[in-house]
Design a protein around this ligand. Structure first.
Ligand code: OFO
Length: 184
């Protein structure tokens, strides 16, 4: 008896996402190593923690495929891109990467909607929300860098930024949690 509750197309797109999350983890890992080699140990810490989050995302998609009776295919992952030129380049590339991932998640949502696969549609909503957070996290990094002085940032402001990011949480409050008492 076939107990696979996923269509072929859905199984393929979800497996692609497993690989994508693993690649994202490697990208954050490589940028973290680059940051550390530049002396930004706080930013490295931040990026390493994020790499782990991406591995958790990979695990979530894997578990979902298995839970629905599908087959997980672990594929080879690409070598991460070359090292960033500077912090701005690092954060901008990270932002582009997250936007690209949001597009991939939207692809899953669109396909699930098209196929009326409401279980996958529902599962993918967690990732839709997560991508709002992930994009916001990186937007915040870009803002913080700008406030630190952008290209003219002094060593002192970069030192403070590095220190702050080393301790900053992995999550950000979202607009949906905002109230007049607690604006985000
Ligand atoms: Fe950076 O996000 Fe995974 O999905």
């Amino acid at each position: 008896m076939d107990t696979n509750r996923l269509s072929k197309k859905i199984e393929v797109i979800l497996n692609k996402q497993v690989t994508k999350e693993a690649e994202a983890a490697q990208i954050y890992l490589s940028y973290g190593c680059w940051a550390d080699s530049e002396g930004y140990s706080g930013i490295a810490n931040y990026l390493f923690r994020h790499s782990q989050e991406e591995r958790n995302h990979m695990m979530k998609v894997m578990q979902y495929i298995m839970e629905r009776g599908g087959k997980v295919k672990i594929e080879a992952i690409k070598t991460p891109p070359s090292n960033p030129k500077n912090l701005k380049d690092c954060f901008e590339r990270t932002f582009k990467h997250e936007v690209d991932n949001s597009t991939a998640i939207n692809g899953i949502v669109n396909l699930a909607h098209e196929e009326k696969d409401w279980a996958t549609f529902n599962f993918a909503q967690w990732f839709v929300k997560e991508q709002i957070e992930e994009e916001k996290l990186v937007m915040d990094l870009l803002d913080k860098l700008k406030i630190a002085g952008g290209p003219e940032a002094t060593s002192e402001s970069l030192f403070n930024l590095d220190h702050q990011l080393g301790k900053s949480p992995n999550e950000v409050p979202l607009a949906r949690e905002a109230s007049m008492e607690n604006p985000v």
